[in-house]
Ligand binder design. Sequence first.
Ligand code: SF4
Ligand code: SF4
Length: 324
Amino acid sequence: MHNTLPLLDKIAFPPLARGRLDTLQVNVGYRCNQSCVHCHVGASPQRTEEMAGETVDLVLAVLERRRIATLDITGGAPELNRHFRRLVGAARDLGVRVMDRCNLTVLEVAGQEDLAAFLAAQQVEIVASLPCYLEDNVDRQRGRGVFEGSIRGLRRLNALGYGREETGLILNLVFNPQGPSLPPPQQVLEADYRRELGNKFGVEFNHLFTLANMPIQRFGSTLVSKGEFDRYMSLLRQAHRDDNLDGVMCRSLVSVDWRGYLYDCDFNQMLDLPLTWPAGARGRLEDLLTGDLDHNPIRVAGHCYGCTAGQGSSCGGALKEAAE
Ligand code: SF4
Ligand code: SF4
């Protein structure tokens, strides 16, 4: 696989500094029941990296000590970490809002039959990837049978009350383009998804987030192999808007890897671009027990244009609309 970091590091990006920390995004491991083409984590069933119980304890201690409002759990398929349910339950007991980046098909994995009910009982917000409402497109990107499995997962969540305003159980979907292009406008695509998924499958959801593909990991490597890297970077750079800089997630979120090291975001984690703090050292979870990250410089490079292009996208969908 081609490492795109040397190429990205040559591309200048405006300097950024951190604001107030309100979200701890924890990657609990790279194992996944899928191995999607665009995966920026390079996750698959063969990956063995997994957050240990002691590190999960540290996550909970940091949430409590720093009074962090939101825990965003990601992976791989985060639910496959053996400590996932303990982490969720303890964080909810602390009054923390918990988000689970769920791939939907994990709800059908052997041993996870009660997962959907657990998530609903804990009032966990679900953020689920569904890169298209057409079966062929989803299966091409995420693997054969993934679309059907995802629809079954969505129906199971709807049956528990997810995706319906009146229940408070949030189910948001995430779209990313099939190839090296920018996502279409979020509001327009959300209306298309609502119509298509509703009419054909009776599926309901709260919101659709549109994200640009990041030129890193498998997707970045494919761009290099096909000679499309420079063209895609030009596309992102030409679509950059300065007013998206204020809303990028790294200003208020810190990303933690399965070993407890800190990064400005999940993308930097995948590029192995560590957060340096305090005093130029490699930041670790335990450092957050005693200090705060406010005003620390953010480690930027060319991939950051993936967050500021067009409407902007930073794991939470279009920034412009989010601010409106
Ligand atoms: S489901 Fe998500 S984490 Fe798993 S391989 Fe696909 S994109 Fe990566
Ligand atoms: S990739 Fe996006 S979230 Fe990560 S450091 Fe760059 S601007 Fe911030």
